[in-house]
Design a protein around this ligand. Structure first.
Ligand code: PMP
Length: 454
């Protein structure tokens, strides 16, 4: 069923007008911000906000937040996973307040460092851990150590991956299969074709060919792609990926920053993966900036003695604020009390409810759309079958439709993750929140199909 593009444009205009009318204070703050913030936003990507300017938040608790205009939102974006533990989870907030009152950063470990290291091993299986501030940094540090250990210059990534601002990863495939610079990557320091290779996810022959020359230090991969929509690996894919990496002497870095939604031990534990290096950022300390990267015992043994003590801080791996006392206290409280096994049982069952609800609306209207789920993360996608790789997914992105669904939901009190309308469940999300989304989704579809007056 084709979407009436004229109708879609009119609906977007109506939603924009509603948004502007009902978010006057956010708009005024945006106007003021234009005098001091580049383009009037704290981070430039916010110029792409669905309503043309961002909502200014006052506070959040549980799975909701409130804005300066007095509206309350069911938050299914959750800071794009940063707030997956929910907003202001009481035990994390308490630990953060206590730690802040007792000193935030020392460039020295606190006892929490050992607790966190032991818990990370228990959860994810890898033996040794390091701290960073962001997932981007943890990826960057992992890549540099992988190059150092293997003596190889390149890394390999999957088409349309996202691993933060890691320069090497902004490489894409042209239709003819040759690599190119990813459009929109500002000021690349080096052409990523010098430092990286790219293949499609789920293409084992291409992976095999790219790793055969033995010049790739590491494959950097999300175990299921999540940043061009959710793309699941084919059955047996991970086993083959591991086998090819081992055979070609390539290290395997698994970035679980989003796929931690698969369970308390991430996708790695849920599916028995065996990465050499494991990366996780965003939600691990309830939103306080911290990231971790872990190594197997074998890899740590290869690293031992390969960094001269006097040179260990030259390259800035593990910067000044990494592993600070505040972030470790937040991580400990979050792992011990918030992102627990019980919490995942609740959030995964809510995601199943979300999936069933949206599927029901799609079926009722005979739409050629699908719903994809990974643990407690779900999204809908405007195509009839699941894409097998980033290229296929990117080819069916419908930015206007994404924008309408996002903005219409926002105007009805629901915040989805922008750009691909993904929903994440927090331990404090309720079945009523999910059902409210289903009702709003149904209403938006009826508007779109002209089955409800706009
Ligand atoms: N890895 C993955 C898989 C991500 O999705 C992201 C952010 N969306 C990052 C890394 C980077 O996280 P950060 O911006 O916190 O560094």
């Amino acid at each position: 069923m084709a979407i009436d593009r004229q109708r879609l444009r009119e609906l977007i205009e109506q939603e924009e007008a509603t948004y502007l009318r009902t978010h006057r204070k956010s708009y005024e703050l945006y106007k003021q911000a234009q005098t001091c913030l580049l383009a009037g936003v704290p981070m430039h990507w916010m110029v792409r906000s669905a309503g043309n300017f961002p909502i200014t938040v006052t506070e959040g608790s549980g799975a909701r937040f409130r804005c300066v205009d007095g509206h309350e939102y069911v938050d299914l974006c959750l800071g794009d996973t940063g707030a997956m533990a929910g907003h202001a989870p009481p035990t994390t907030s308490k630990a953060v307040a206590a730690r802040a009152a007792a000193g935030i950063t020392f460039m020295l470990p606190t006892e929490d460092a050992v607790w966190c290291g032991q818990e990370l091993t228990r959860r994810f299986g890898l033996k040794y851990w390091q701290f960073a501030l962001t997932a981007t940094d943890a990826n960057r540090f992992s890549i540099r150590l992988a190059r150092h250990i293997t003596g190889r210059p390149k890394i390999l990534v999957f088409n349309y991956c996202y691993h933060g601002s890691v320069e090497e990863t902004f490489i894409t495939l042209r239709a003819d299969g040759t690599p190119a610079l990813r459009a929109g990557n500002l000021g690349p320091p080096v052409d990523p074709r010098v430092t990286a290779k790219v293949v499609e996810f789920n293409d084992l022959a291409a992976l095999e060919a790219a790793l055969a020359p033995g010049d790739v230090a590491a494959v950097l991969a999300e175990p299921a792609m999540t940043n061009i929509g959710i793309i699941h690996p084919d059955p047996g894919y991970h086993q083959a990926l591991r086998e090819i990496c081992t055979r070609t002497g390539t290290l395997l870095i698994i970035d679980e920053t989003h796929t931690i939604c698969a369970g308390p031990g991430g996708y790695t534990r849920a599916h028995g993966l065996q990465p050499d290096i494991f990366v996780l950022g965003k939600p691990i300390a309830g939103g306080v900036p911290v990231a971790v990267y872990g190594f197997t015992e074998q890899l740590a043994a290869r690293l031992a003695g390969r960094i001269a003590v006097d040179e260990s801080d030259t390259g800035g791996i593990g910067g000044t604020l990494a592993g600070n006392a505040l972030s470790l206290a937040a991580m400990r409280a979050t792992l011990e009390h918030v992102l627990t096994e019980d919490a995942f049982r609740h959030t995964i069952s809510l995601a199943q409810r979300f999936e069933a609800g949206v599927e029901g609306v799609i079926a009722a209207h005979g739409l050629p759309w699908i719903v994809k789920r990974l643990g407690c993360r779900v999204e809908y996608w405007f195509r009839p079958d699941p894409p097998r790789n980033g290229g296929e997914a990117a080819a069916t992105v419908d930015a206007d439709l994404d924008r309408f669904m996002h903005l219409a939901a926002l105007n009805r009190g629901i915040m989805l993750t922008p750009f691909h309308n993904m929903a994440l469940m927090a331990p404090t999300t309720t079945a009523a929140d999910v059902d409210r989304h289903t009702a709003v989704f149904g209403e938006c579809v009826e508007l779109l199909l002209g089955r409800r007056p706009s």
